[in-house]
Write a protein that binds this ligand. Sequence first.
Ligand SMILES: [Zn+2]
Ligand SMILES: [Zn+2]
Length: 342
Amino acid sequence: MKAMILSEVVSMAENKAPLKLVNLPIPEPKGNEILIKICACGVCHTELDEIEGRTPPPKFPIILGHEIIGRVEKMGSDAHRYKIGDRVGVGWIYSACGGCDYCVKGEENLCESFMATGRDRNGGYAEYMTISEDFAYKIPDIFSDTEAAPLLCAGSIGYRSLKLTNIKDGQTLGLTGFGASGHLVLKMVRYKYPNVETYVFARNEKQREFALKIGAVWAGDISAYSPKKLDCIIDTTPVWKPVVEALKNLKNGGRLVINAIRKEDTDKQYLLKINYQRHLWLEKEIKSVANVTRKDIVEFLSLASEIPIRPKIQEYKLEQANQALYELKTGKILGAKVLVIE
Ligand SMILES: [Zn+2]
Ligand SMILES: [Zn+2]
Protein backbone atom coordinates (compact mmCIF):
# COMPACT_ATOMS: atom_id res chain seq x y z
CA MET A 1 0.00 0.00 0.00
CA LYS A 2 1.01 3.61 -0.50
CA ALA A 3 1.82 5.49 2.70
CA MET A 4 3.41 8.81 3.67
CA ILE A 5 5.81 8.09 6.52
CA LEU A 6 7.66 10.24 9.04
CA SER A 7 11.13 8.89 9.93
CA GLU A 8 12.39 11.49 12.41
CA VAL A 9 11.55 14.71 14.21
CA VAL A 10 12.39 17.70 11.98
CA SER A 11 11.78 21.44 11.88
CA MET A 12 9.42 22.35 9.05
CA ALA A 13 11.19 25.67 8.66
CA GLU A 14 14.24 23.70 7.52
CA ASN A 15 12.52 20.76 5.86
CA LYS A 16 9.34 21.53 3.96
CA ALA A 17 8.81 17.89 2.98
CA PRO A 18 9.24 15.80 6.15
CA LEU A 19 7.02 12.93 4.93
CA LYS A 20 8.16 10.39 2.35
CA LEU A 21 5.97 8.33 0.02
CA VAL A 22 6.70 4.61 0.41
CA ASN A 23 5.18 1.25 -0.40
CA LEU A 24 4.36 -0.94 2.62
CA PRO A 25 2.62 -4.30 3.09
CA ILE A 26 -1.12 -4.04 3.87
CA PRO A 27 -1.55 -4.69 7.64
CA GLU A 28 -3.40 -7.83 8.76
CA PRO A 29 -6.35 -7.40 11.22
CA LYS A 30 -5.95 -9.59 14.34
CA GLY A 31 -8.46 -10.48 17.07
CA ASN A 32 -11.20 -7.82 17.15
CA GLU A 33 -9.42 -5.53 14.70
CA ILE A 34 -10.79 -4.42 11.39
CA LEU A 35 -8.82 -3.53 8.28
CA ILE A 36 -9.99 -0.19 6.90
CA LYS A 37 -9.49 0.87 3.29
CA ILE A 38 -8.99 4.60 3.79
CA CYS A 39 -10.64 7.11 1.45
CA ALA A 40 -10.09 10.40 3.30
CA CYS A 41 -7.86 11.67 6.09
CA GLY A 42 -7.97 15.16 7.55
CA VAL A 43 -4.77 17.15 8.11
CA CYS A 44 -4.51 18.46 11.67
CA HIS A 45 -2.29 20.88 13.60
CA THR A 46 -1.28 17.98 15.82
CA GLU A 47 0.67 16.49 12.90
CA LEU A 48 2.89 19.59 12.99
CA ASP A 49 3.43 18.99 16.72
CA GLU A 50 4.40 15.38 16.01
CA ILE A 51 6.74 16.27 13.13
CA GLU A 52 8.45 19.07 15.07
CA GLY A 53 8.72 17.09 18.30
CA ARG A 54 6.24 18.87 20.57
CA THR A 55 4.37 15.56 20.90
CA PRO A 56 6.84 13.19 19.25
CA PRO A 57 5.92 9.66 18.14
CA PRO A 58 7.63 7.10 20.43
CA LYS A 59 9.01 5.15 17.46
CA PHE A 60 9.77 5.67 13.77
CA PRO A 61 8.82 5.33 11.04
CA ILE A 62 5.22 6.25 11.73
CA ILE A 63 2.20 6.99 9.54
CA LEU A 64 0.50 10.19 10.80
CA GLY A 65 -3.18 11.10 10.53
CA HIS A 66 -6.13 10.75 12.89
CA GLU A 67 -9.19 12.07 11.04
CA ILE A 68 -9.88 8.96 9.04
CA ILE A 69 -12.82 7.83 6.94
CA GLY A 70 -12.80 4.51 5.15
CA ARG A 71 -14.60 1.23 4.56
CA VAL A 72 -14.22 -2.07 6.34
CA GLU A 73 -12.26 -4.34 4.01
CA LYS A 74 -11.45 -7.33 6.25
CA MET A 75 -12.08 -8.45 9.82
CA GLY A 76 -10.08 -10.27 12.50
CA SER A 77 -11.58 -13.56 13.77
CA ASP A 78 -13.20 -11.86 16.82
CA ALA A 79 -14.53 -8.75 15.07
CA HIS A 80 -18.32 -8.75 14.67
CA ARG A 81 -19.45 -5.17 15.04
CA TYR A 82 -19.28 -4.17 11.38
CA LYS A 83 -19.81 -5.81 7.97
CA ILE A 84 -17.43 -5.74 5.04
CA GLY A 85 -18.03 -2.49 3.15
CA ASP A 86 -19.41 -0.52 6.13
CA ARG A 87 -18.23 3.09 6.29
CA VAL A 88 -16.36 3.87 9.50
CA GLY A 89 -14.33 6.69 11.02
CA VAL A 90 -11.33 6.76 13.34
CA GLY A 91 -10.25 9.68 15.54
CA TRP A 92 -7.33 10.60 17.83
CA ILE A 93 -8.10 7.86 20.37
CA TYR A 94 -6.65 4.59 19.03
CA SER A 95 -7.03 2.64 22.26
CA ALA A 96 -7.10 2.88 26.06
CA CYS A 97 -6.64 0.11 28.67
CA GLY A 98 -10.31 -0.21 29.57
CA GLY A 99 -9.56 -1.25 33.16
CA CYS A 100 -8.02 1.70 35.04
CA ASP A 101 -9.96 4.14 37.23
CA TYR A 102 -10.05 6.71 34.44
CA CYS A 103 -11.32 4.25 31.84
CA VAL A 104 -13.96 2.86 34.22
CA LYS A 105 -15.25 6.41 34.86
CA GLY A 106 -15.44 7.14 31.14
CA GLU A 107 -12.35 9.37 31.31
CA GLU A 108 -10.41 7.15 28.92
CA ASN A 109 -8.82 10.31 27.46
CA LEU A 110 -6.77 10.49 30.69
CA CYS A 111 -5.77 6.77 30.72
CA GLU A 112 -2.02 6.21 31.31
CA SER A 113 -2.08 3.70 28.43
CA PHE A 114 -3.87 6.07 26.02
CA MET A 115 -2.64 5.37 22.49
CA ALA A 116 -3.06 8.04 19.84
CA THR A 117 -3.83 7.26 16.21
CA GLY A 118 -1.03 8.38 13.93
CA ARG A 119 1.43 8.93 16.82
CA ASP A 120 1.59 5.78 18.94
CA ARG A 121 0.08 3.60 16.20
CA ASN A 122 -0.04 3.99 12.42
CA GLY A 123 -2.78 6.34 11.19
CA GLY A 124 -4.47 7.54 8.06
CA TYR A 125 -1.88 9.02 5.68
CA ALA A 126 -2.01 5.68 3.84
CA GLU A 127 -4.29 3.40 1.87
CA TYR A 128 -5.04 1.04 4.78
CA MET A 129 -4.93 0.78 8.56
CA THR A 130 -6.05 -1.60 11.30
CA ILE A 131 -7.74 -0.75 14.62
CA SER A 132 -9.92 -2.46 17.22
CA GLU A 133 -13.54 -2.35 16.06
CA ASP A 134 -14.40 -0.76 19.45
CA PHE A 135 -12.52 2.40 18.44
CA ALA A 136 -14.15 2.87 15.03
CA TYR A 137 -17.41 4.77 14.54
CA LYS A 138 -20.34 4.61 12.20
CA ILE A 139 -20.54 7.86 10.22
CA PRO A 140 -23.94 9.54 9.69
CA ASP A 141 -25.05 9.19 6.07
CA ILE A 142 -25.57 12.90 5.48
CA PHE A 143 -21.81 13.56 5.38
CA SER A 144 -19.58 12.89 2.40
CA ASP A 145 -16.25 11.19 3.18
CA THR A 146 -14.28 14.44 3.01
CA GLU A 147 -16.84 16.39 5.07
CA ALA A 148 -16.81 13.75 7.78
CA ALA A 149 -13.01 13.54 8.19
CA PRO A 150 -12.36 16.84 10.03
CA LEU A 151 -15.37 16.26 12.28
CA LEU A 152 -13.47 13.36 13.87
CA CYS A 153 -10.85 15.63 15.39
CA ALA A 154 -11.31 19.38 15.15
CA GLY A 155 -15.03 18.92 15.72
CA SER A 156 -14.89 16.30 18.45
CA ILE A 157 -12.15 18.01 20.44
CA GLY A 158 -13.97 21.32 19.95
CA TYR A 159 -17.06 19.61 21.37
CA ARG A 160 -15.06 18.41 24.37
CA SER A 161 -13.64 21.92 24.93
CA LEU A 162 -17.12 23.39 24.86
CA LYS A 163 -18.31 20.80 27.41
CA LEU A 164 -15.38 21.69 29.67
CA THR A 165 -16.32 25.40 29.68
CA ASN A 166 -19.56 24.46 31.52
CA ILE A 167 -21.28 27.18 29.54
CA LYS A 168 -25.01 27.78 29.97
CA ASP A 169 -27.40 29.36 27.51
CA GLY A 170 -27.44 33.13 27.84
CA GLN A 171 -23.79 33.39 28.88
CA THR A 172 -20.92 34.83 26.87
CA LEU A 173 -18.16 32.82 25.15
CA GLY A 174 -14.84 33.89 23.68
CA LEU A 175 -12.84 31.98 21.07
CA THR A 176 -9.18 32.87 20.65
CA GLY A 177 -7.90 31.54 17.35
CA PHE A 178 -10.40 30.75 14.64
CA GLY A 179 -9.19 27.74 12.69
CA ALA A 180 -10.94 24.44 12.00
CA SER A 181 -11.91 23.81 15.63
CA GLY A 182 -13.00 27.39 16.38
CA HIS A 183 -15.40 27.62 13.49
CA LEU A 184 -16.97 24.27 14.33
CA VAL A 185 -17.41 25.35 17.97
CA LEU A 186 -19.16 28.52 16.85
CA LYS A 187 -21.61 26.46 14.79
CA MET A 188 -22.30 24.13 17.74
CA VAL A 189 -22.86 27.05 20.08
CA ARG A 190 -25.32 28.75 17.76
CA TYR A 191 -27.39 25.56 17.63
CA LYS A 192 -27.11 24.27 21.21
CA TYR A 193 -27.13 27.63 23.02
CA PRO A 194 -28.96 30.13 20.80
CA ASN A 195 -28.68 32.89 23.44
CA VAL A 196 -24.92 32.66 23.90
CA GLU A 197 -23.01 35.59 22.44
CA THR A 198 -19.70 34.56 20.90
CA TYR A 199 -16.69 36.91 20.72
CA VAL A 200 -13.84 35.90 18.41
CA PHE A 201 -10.19 36.92 18.78
CA ALA A 202 -8.08 36.24 15.69
CA ARG A 203 -4.98 37.84 14.25
CA ASN A 204 -6.07 37.33 10.66
CA GLU A 205 -8.58 39.80 9.15
CA LYS A 206 -10.11 37.09 6.92
CA GLN A 207 -10.74 34.86 9.94
CA ARG A 208 -12.46 37.72 11.74
CA GLU A 209 -14.71 38.42 8.74
CA PHE A 210 -15.53 34.72 8.49
CA ALA A 211 -16.39 34.60 12.22
CA LEU A 212 -18.82 37.53 11.89
CA LYS A 213 -20.37 35.97 8.81
CA ILE A 214 -21.18 32.74 10.63
CA GLY A 215 -22.61 34.32 13.74
CA ALA A 216 -20.02 35.82 16.08
CA VAL A 217 -21.37 39.04 17.64
CA TRP A 218 -17.93 40.67 17.66
CA ALA A 219 -14.44 39.94 16.30
CA GLY A 220 -11.17 41.61 17.15
CA ASP A 221 -7.44 41.11 17.37
CA ILE A 222 -5.87 38.61 19.80
CA SER A 223 -4.89 41.36 22.23
CA ALA A 224 -8.10 43.39 21.97
CA TYR A 225 -10.46 44.06 24.89
CA SER A 226 -13.84 42.44 24.27
CA PRO A 227 -16.76 44.90 24.67
CA LYS A 228 -17.91 42.89 27.71
CA LYS A 229 -16.23 40.49 30.12
CA LEU A 230 -16.77 36.87 29.18
CA ASP A 231 -17.95 33.83 31.17
CA CYS A 232 -15.59 31.49 29.38
CA ILE A 233 -13.04 31.45 26.60
CA ILE A 234 -11.63 28.61 24.51
CA ASP A 235 -8.08 29.04 23.24
CA THR A 236 -7.12 26.99 20.18
CA THR A 237 -3.83 28.70 19.34
CA PRO A 238 -0.37 27.09 19.55
CA VAL A 239 1.26 30.00 21.45
CA TRP A 240 1.15 31.86 24.82
CA LYS A 241 0.20 35.45 24.01
CA PRO A 242 -3.48 34.59 23.45
CA VAL A 243 -3.63 32.87 26.86
CA VAL A 244 -2.43 35.99 28.70
CA GLU A 245 -4.59 38.31 26.59
CA ALA A 246 -7.68 36.12 27.08
CA LEU A 247 -7.42 36.12 30.88
CA LYS A 248 -7.93 39.88 31.07
CA ASN A 249 -11.25 39.48 29.24
CA LEU A 250 -12.68 36.89 31.66
CA LYS A 251 -15.36 37.71 34.21
CA ASN A 252 -14.70 37.04 37.87
CA GLY A 253 -14.87 33.27 38.26
CA GLY A 254 -14.58 32.82 34.50
CA ARG A 255 -12.84 29.85 32.94
CA LEU A 256 -10.25 29.70 30.16
CA VAL A 257 -10.10 26.32 28.42
CA ILE A 258 -6.88 25.67 26.50
CA ASN A 259 -7.38 23.27 23.63
CA ALA A 260 -3.80 22.62 22.53
CA ILE A 261 -1.75 19.48 22.88
CA ARG A 262 1.44 21.48 23.37
CA LYS A 263 2.33 25.17 23.32
CA GLU A 264 5.26 26.38 21.24
CA ASP A 265 8.16 27.98 23.13
CA THR A 266 8.61 30.86 20.66
CA ASP A 267 6.74 33.46 22.74
CA LYS A 268 7.02 31.91 26.20
CA GLN A 269 8.42 35.25 27.47
CA TYR A 270 4.92 36.66 27.09
CA LEU A 271 3.89 34.75 30.21
CA LEU A 272 5.93 37.22 32.28
CA LYS A 273 3.22 39.76 31.48
CA ILE A 274 0.80 37.88 33.69
CA ASN A 275 -0.36 40.19 36.43
CA TYR A 276 -2.00 38.27 39.25
CA GLN A 277 -4.57 40.94 40.07
CA ARG A 278 -5.60 41.53 36.50
CA HIS A 279 -5.32 38.07 34.99
CA LEU A 280 -6.01 35.51 37.73
CA TRP A 281 -7.45 37.12 40.86
CA LEU A 282 -11.15 36.62 41.70
CA GLU A 283 -11.22 32.92 40.97
CA LYS A 284 -10.41 32.87 37.29
CA GLU A 285 -9.61 29.33 36.17
CA ILE A 286 -7.43 27.78 33.48
CA LYS A 287 -8.18 24.24 32.31
CA SER A 288 -6.59 22.22 29.50
CA VAL A 289 -8.32 19.74 27.20
CA ALA A 290 -6.61 16.38 26.77
CA ASN A 291 -7.44 14.04 23.90
CA VAL A 292 -10.99 12.81 23.33
CA THR A 293 -13.16 9.95 24.51
CA ARG A 294 -15.19 7.71 22.23
CA LYS A 295 -18.30 9.24 23.80
CA ASP A 296 -17.21 12.74 22.73
CA ILE A 297 -16.82 11.56 19.15
CA VAL A 298 -20.13 9.69 19.04
CA GLU A 299 -22.06 12.58 20.65
CA PHE A 300 -20.43 15.14 18.41
CA LEU A 301 -21.11 13.17 15.20
CA SER A 302 -24.76 12.98 16.16
CA LEU A 303 -24.93 16.70 17.00
CA ALA A 304 -23.11 17.59 13.79
CA SER A 305 -25.61 15.65 11.68
CA GLU A 306 -28.54 17.32 13.48
CA ILE A 307 -27.35 20.90 12.97
CA PRO A 308 -25.98 19.97 10.31
CA ILE A 309 -22.35 21.05 10.34
CA ARG A 310 -20.69 20.89 6.94
CA PRO A 311 -17.04 21.89 7.21
CA LYS A 312 -15.46 23.91 4.46
CA ILE A 313 -12.99 21.54 2.82
CA GLN A 314 -9.86 21.86 0.78
CA GLU A 315 -8.76 18.60 -0.87
CA TYR A 316 -5.25 17.28 -1.50
CA LYS A 317 -3.95 13.97 -2.83
CA LEU A 318 -2.12 11.63 -0.44
CA GLU A 319 1.13 12.48 -2.23
CA GLN A 320 0.51 16.19 -1.48
CA ALA A 321 0.50 15.69 2.30
CA ASN A 322 3.68 17.73 2.74
CA GLN A 323 2.15 20.66 0.86
CA ALA A 324 -1.04 20.48 2.93
CA LEU A 325 1.00 20.48 6.16
CA TYR A 326 3.15 23.37 5.04
CA GLU A 327 0.09 25.43 4.10
CA LEU A 328 -1.45 24.59 7.47
CA LYS A 329 1.69 25.76 9.23
CA THR A 330 1.87 29.01 7.31
CA GLY A 331 -1.86 29.56 7.84
CA LYS A 332 -2.64 30.39 4.22
CA ILE A 333 -6.10 28.98 3.72
CA LEU A 334 -9.34 28.86 5.69
CA GLY A 335 -11.24 25.68 6.34
CA ALA A 336 -10.17 22.08 6.86
CA LYS A 337 -7.60 20.29 4.74
CA VAL A 338 -8.33 16.69 3.76
CA LEU A 339 -6.23 14.13 1.90
CA VAL A 340 -8.31 12.18 -0.60
CA ILE A 341 -6.99 8.66 -0.99
CA GLU A 342 -8.05 6.82 -4.14
ZN1 LIG B 1 -6.34 16.45 15.24
ZN1 LIG C 1 -7.19 3.06 31.19
